[in-house]
Design a protein. Sequence first.
Length: 245
Amino acid sequence: MQRDQRTVAGEIHRAIRESLGETPRLIGAGLTDQGVHAEAQVANFLTPSPRPTAEIAGTINAALPADINILKADEVPARFHARHDATSRRYRYQIALRRTAFFKRFVWWVREPLDPAVMEAAARALIGRHEFLSFADRLEEVTEPRVRVSTASFRRSDFLLTFTMEADHFLPRMVRRVVGVLVEIGTGRLPAEAMTRFLTETVGDPAQWTAPPSGLFLERVIYPSATPVVAPRHTRPSRRPAPRR
């Protein structure tokens, strides 16, 4: 929440206050930059309300603006923490290969021709545990620079080239800078081997190629199988309230 700016967390906190008459601490699974979207963000708060969780979600939704929507509410253990209990997170980045009239806010239109095969080959270097300091912003906030990446792949559909990346955690600006480097590789301005060099050396080069926030989506936050999880439904940016006691 930010005092002088409209934020998702701020709007949800206001909606909880207006609908439930409470001002709880709202714990989110992570932060997203301005302009980045979230399809299945997760947040939890403690409430003494005896209402069923579905009713709580509906009541809060009624007080939210149209661009924020709660998909689901579940009761979770009192010790549940939306951020610390997550085992991994999955992001999706959408690159438009042509001009689009309807989806400008949700894509990065790259005008130059791209070579998806070369980009896919470069993305394979991301799999495994690597140090991502070359791709990080706000280095003073980074406590664990080594990230374990389980998925880094592309999918082509219609006019979109979609990059999916799943990892145990992410550093500030990491996905956007990874995508920026992949686009540079796809246009031929960088060799595919550049990705490996940026993972083995700490350099500042990727910052100049940071992809815009418009194409980035937090697609899912993954928890241990025993924890209730909301699956993405490709809706407006969303948050989920929990738990109640």
